[in-house]
Design a protein around this ligand. Structure first.
Ligand SMILES: OCN(O)CCCc1ccccc1
Ligand code: NI
Length: 183
């Protein structure tokens, strides 16, 4: 099982690496890794398991965070409308996005960042993501607000981008242009 010992932290080169596409159909090894990434998120959101293994709760996890140089991400969360998003995805890509932007008024955090980094993280408000899921199906997801934010945070990791790269250094809490808070 994945624990915090497997999650690399800031300064590790994996977090600044542009990951490799996963050859499809995925190997059993890649499928197992991706399933373990989804399982980490579920474990981290289960109070008993979380405290027993000292996990940090997370709603998403990208392969570079466990030092795997592959274009794979996992998400497990419910949005503000109680819609469950639980996916292990291979080769996710944003195929279209709104001009309008959004952000979390609380800012963002990261399992690979052991410190608070305050500030608004501007994200596209709506995105369409195409990917291949764990069953090998091509999926097309139309995402908005919080769900769009989580997916953008994870897809950024696949391109070596950290959430604080988007924060305005001069005015971290300046209202981003053309943006509506997601929360
Ligand atoms: O990459 C996953 N991550 O480090 C866990 C936290 C993910 C996350 C946190 C705040 C807003 C969007 C996504
Ligand atoms: Ni992160």
């Amino acid at each position: 099982m994945i624990t915090m010992d497997d999650i690399v932290r800031e300064g590790h080169p994996a977090l600044r690496t542009v990951t490799e596409e996963v050859p499809l159909p995925p190997s059993d090894k890649d499928k197992k890794t991706l399933e373990e990434m989804v399982q980490y998120l579920k474990n981290s959101q289960d109070e008993q398991v979380c405290s027993r293994y000292g996990l940090r709760p997370g709603v998403g996890l990208a392969a570079p965070q466990i030092n795997v140089n592959k274009r794979m991400l996992a998400v497990h969360f419910t949005d503000m409308k109680d819609k469950l998003y639980s996916y292990g995805l291979f080769n996710p890509r944003i195929v279209s996005h709104s001009v309008e932007r959004t952000y979390l008024s609380t800012g963002e955090g990261c399992l690979s960042v052991d410190r608070e980094v305050p500030g608004y993280v501007p994200r596209y408000r709506r995105i369409t993501v195409k990917a291949t899921d764990l069953e090998g199906n091509e999926v097309k997801l139309r995402l908005k607000d919080y769900a769009a934010i989580v997916f953008q945070h994870e897809i950024d990791h696949l391109h070596g981008v950290m959430f604080y790269d988007h924060i305005d250094q001069e005015q971290p809490f300046k209202e981003p242009e053309n943006a509506t808070p997601a929360d």
